[in-house]
Each structure stands twice: as structure tokens, then as C-alpha cells.
Design a protein around this ligand. Structure first.
Ligand code: MEV
Length: 337
């Protein structure tokens, strides 16, 4: 039996613009998805999903992946989780050159599903790592990130960037620009996450930004401006002491850029009333800055605040379902057992 766990992430800067070749900086957070893989003597795959914010669910099927039976899955989110596990098993079989390998897979997650925190990427990364290791193969991190990206790309019909899977594999803060992904140095950023309990439709939101860009030159400029924010943020991070507690001035400057980034995402139509309320509650509570994270439309915001004030304020904010501190996860995917 092999158990691997991989972190979720927030976007410090750059979501949506990354789809158009601008850089983005996601950062891994200490909320993890855990996948257990136990090889079987037959070619069946049995998937048990627990703690996916919903009821547990089990499904077993035989033969190659993609053969999942047409059973009633309790919700679209569980259906999505099953799809990601299926794709992860397919990649693990290919990587280990074991097309008929069967597994008992268990998925547990502390990351709200579909909320912009990279839950699916964490499941895919931990799933491929656990299943390949269970077959005696250890992938290097670049190959693991690459295979995880392919799995997400396939499940999301070609709408995935490399950001989530690369960040979940490597941990820490990373820079993504097109196919170029690199870990970058970052101090111990004090993130606070507010979750509205919902989720936006990434495909629709990405398409909406695309339409605005086509229609208005200034929407295209807005996307480029987000790229400028990312480049400025990166410079600030590169001047800071990696792994140390960040200076107040750095937090203030990064916070200002996050506020700016949120404003531009709002202009592109991807915020929501619940997200704006949480962003303003965080700012009013003294956070250095706050923005939506991920595709938007609903889901999560991320704020920078080393005190407890933002978390407390968010927990009393209308529209906020859950608020929590989220330490930077310096370690990416790891083996637990
Ligand atoms: C979604 O988490 C982030 C987007 O930039 C889409 C992507 O990068 O795949 C909106």
C-alpha cells in the first residue's frame, strides 16, 4: 500500500491572464489531498472517495480506465473526482508500463472541491505518485507534474494550465508562463482563505474573458496589465529572504498588488458578490491585500494577514461559509507511508 499527499494552492497573482501567455504565481498551501493505492491481483479499479465535502462514494470497474460504469454518482463534484482518479490511474499505468495494473484507490481531501484551491490537481498528483510507487516506479518531479497536467488537461477538455499541477507537485511558490514552470523563492506568506461554499464554472469564466478580449482592446490590455502585476510581484519576492517571516513593507507592497489584481479580475467579469464581500471584509479587518483566487464566479478569496483579525472577520461575513489560515506548503507531493 502506498499513501501520497499533495497540497492545494492559491494564486498570489495571475489567474486568467496565464491562459493568454502572461506569467502567474501560484503558491501551495498546507491543505492536502491524500491518495492511497493498493495494487490488486486483477485489472479492476476500485475507487473510494471520502471527505470530498460530501458523502463518501465507492465504485469498482474492470479493464482499462475510461470503462467506468454508468452508475449514479451522488453529485457532479464526486463525478469529477472520479474522473480525475481515472485519469491518474491511466497515467500511472502508462508511466509504469503496466497497462493492466489494478488498484484499490482511496481519496481523502482537506481541500474544498471546485473552489479554486487546486483540489483536482492535488488528487491527480497524489494519485499518480501513489499508483506508480505502488508499482515500484518512482517518477522524477518534472515527469510527475507533466503527467498530472496531461491528466487534468484531458478531464477538463483542454482547459487546464500547468499552474495547479506543477505547484502541487513542487510545493512553495512557482512561476508559470505557458509551458515554462519554475519554482521560485518566497518568504513564509501568511495567507488567509475565505470560501463562499460554492464554485464557479471555470470553462464558462475562461470563455467569458476570451469574449471580452476579442470584443474590446482594453480588455486585452487588462489581461496584459495583470501580467505586469505578476512581474512586479515576482521582483518583490525575489528581493525577499526565502523561508523567513516577511517584513511588513513587503506584505504591504504585495497586498497592494493583490488588491490591484482583484480589481482587474472584477473588470474582466470573474468576481462575484460573495467574493467581493469577503475581499472587502478582509481589507476592513486590516489585511494587507485580498483578491479572488482561481477562476472566480464563486469559491475562494485569499488575503495576506499575519494576525487573526481577517480570519475572524471573514467567519462573520455574510456569504462566507468557511475561513481558515493557510500556511505556505514548502513541500509539494510527499509519501506518507
Ligand atoms: C483556474 O484555477 C485558473 C485559470 O487561470 C484557468 C487556468 O489557468 O487553467 C482561470
Amino acid at each position: 500500500m502506498t499513501v501520497c499527499e499533495a497540497p492545494g494552492k492559491v494564486y498570489l497573482f495571475g489567474e486568467h491572464a496565464v491562459v493568454y501567455g502572461e506569467p502567474a504565481v501560484p503558491a501551495a498551501i498546507e491543505r492536502r489531498a491524500t491518495v492511497t493505492a493498493e495494487p490488486r491481483s486483477d485489472d479492476h479499479v476500485r475507487v473510494e472517495a471520502e471527505d470530498l465535502s460530501l458523502d463518501g462514494f465507492t465504485v469498482e470497474y474492470s479493464g482499462g480506465t475510461g470503462n467506468r460504469p454508468d452508475v449514479d454518482v451522488p453529485t457532479p463534484l464526486v463525478e469529477a473526482a472520479m474522473g480525475y482518479v481515472d485519469a491518474a490511474v491511466r497515467e500511472a499505468r502508462a508511466a509504469a508500463d503496466a497497462p493492466d495494473a489494478g488498484f484499490d484507490i482511496t481519496v481523502e481531501s482537506e481541500i474544498p472541491l471546485g473552489a479554486g484551491l487546486g483540489s483536482s490537481a492535488a488528487v491527480v498528483v497524489a494519485g499518480i505518485d501513489a499508483a506508480t510507487r505502488a508499482l515500484g516506479v518512482q517518477l522524477d518531479r518534472r515527469e510527475l507534474a507533466d503527467r498530472a497536467y496531461r491528466a487534468e488537461f484531458e478531464v477538463q477538455d483542454g482547459q487546464a494550465s500547468r499552474a495547479d499541477t506543477f505547484c502541487s507537485t513542487m510545493g512553495g511558490a512557482v512561476r508559470v508562463e505557458g509551458d515554462d514552470c519554475e519554482p521560485i523563492e518566497a518568504p513564509n506568506l501568511p495567507f488567509v482563505v475565505g470560501f463562499d461554499g460554492g464554485a464557479g464554472d471555470t470553462g464558462e469564466l475562461v470563455a467569458g474573458v476570451g469574449e471580452l478580449r476579442e470584443e474590446y482592446g482594453f480588455a486585452a490590455d487588462t489581461v496584459e496589465s495583470i501580467g505586469d502585476i505578476v512581474r512586479t510581484g515576482e521582483e518583490l519576492l525575489s528581493d525577499s529572504a526565502p523561508g523567513a517571516d516577511p517584513q511588513r513593507e513587503l506584505l504591504a507592497e504585495l497586498g497592494e498588488l493583490m488588491d490591484f489584481n482583484h480589481g482587474l479580475l472584477s473588470a474582466l467579469g470573474v468576481s462575484a458578490r460573495s467574493l467581493d464581500s469577503m475581499v472587502w471584509a478582509a481589507r476592513d479587518a486590516g489585511a494587507h491585500g485580498a483578491k479572488l483566487t482561481g477562476a472566480g464566479g464563486g469559491g475562494c478569496i485569499v488575503a495576506l494577514d499575519a494576525s487573526d483579525a481577517t480570519e475572524t472577520a471573514l467567519s462573520f461575513t455574510q456569504g462566507c461559509d468557511e475561513a481558515f489560515r493557510a500556511e505556505l506548503a514548502t513541500e509539494g507531493v510527499r509519501v506518507v507511508e
